[in-house]
Design a protein around this ligand. Structure first.
Ligand SMILES: [Fe+2]
Length: 250
């Protein structure tokens, strides 16, 4: 996609946000092709005019600096399979390399499906009185109505080399077999300051850090070709626990 189109998109979103009093975000459309692994997509911090790095060549690490999907033997589908089972799929892909080895024991262990894997699956929370910026959707992780543990969020602590705990990139793509845009939102910090802090809201209001950050709502950019009622693929990376994929209808 040409940079001028990205710039136009950003300008449009800024105007929309200004007009609605919403939050200004600058999503980055990372892929136009229908490729399922997305290995060539870049992180949201690539400066304009520079060729994005091939994220698939990034070192497999669980900390800061890891920006792109890891390549595994398990292909990520572009549209929702008829027999889709998010827990089974992510367990399979996680064991194939998408989840750090250090977390696999919990994932594969007793109650792993609900306490660990389900905890990382996205859902759209019911928000009362909160404004989601135009062109965005609200996402939380670990739907309590399915019996999943709620995903916490935690600040980084360089003094003990702790990278923190949050989703640092979230990719959304219309769930179709053919070509579709994929919009990536990046989160450099949690709860963050300045523009970074505007990427989240706290469900029900209040302090976003309360209750181990479990009421954090991520404001995630939607691709332009997505409308209400569509099913989208959400592909996201938790800093400490790896990548997870699911399909949700917006
Ligand atoms: Fe996590």
């Amino acid at each position: 996609m040409a940079h001028s189109e990205q710039d136009n998109r950003r300008d449009f979103l800024k105007k929309m946000a200004a007009a609605t009093g919403g939050v200004v975000l600058a999503p980055m459309v990372v892929a136009c092709a229908g490729g399922s692994q997305g290995g060539k997509a870049a992180g949201g911090t690539t400066p304009a005019g520079q060729k994005p790095k091939d994220a698939s060549k990034a070192p497999r690490a669980d900390g800061l600096g890891y920006t792109g999907p890891v390549k595994t033997s398990v292909t990520v589908p572009t549209e929702r399979p008829a027999d889709w089972n998010a827990v089974d799929f992510n367990k399979r892909r996680g064991n194939a390399g998408a989840i750090p080895k250090s977390y696999l024991g919990a994932i594969n262990g007793p109650d792993g499906d609900k306490k660990h894997l389900g905890k990382h699956l996205p859902y759209i929370p019911a928000l009362e009185g909160a404004t989601v910026p135009a062109g965005h959707m609200a996402i939380m992780w670990g739907d309590p109505s399915k019996g999943y543990a709620q995903h916490p969020n935690a600040v980084k602590d360089p003094s003990r080399k702790y990278v923190g705990h949050w989703y640092n990139w979230i990719r959304v793509r219309k769930a179709v077999a053919g070509e579709a845009e994929e919009a990536q939102s990046t989160f450099a910090d949690w709860p963050g300051t300045g523009e970074e802090a505007k990427k989240y809201i706290a469900k029900g209001g209040g302090d976003i850090k309360a209750n181990s950050g479990k009421s954090t709502v991520y404001l995630v950019a939607l691709p332009r070709d997505v409308k209400k009622g569509d099913t989208v693929r959400v592909w996201a990376h938790c800093l400490t626990h790896g990548e997870f994929v699911d399909f949700i209808t917006i």
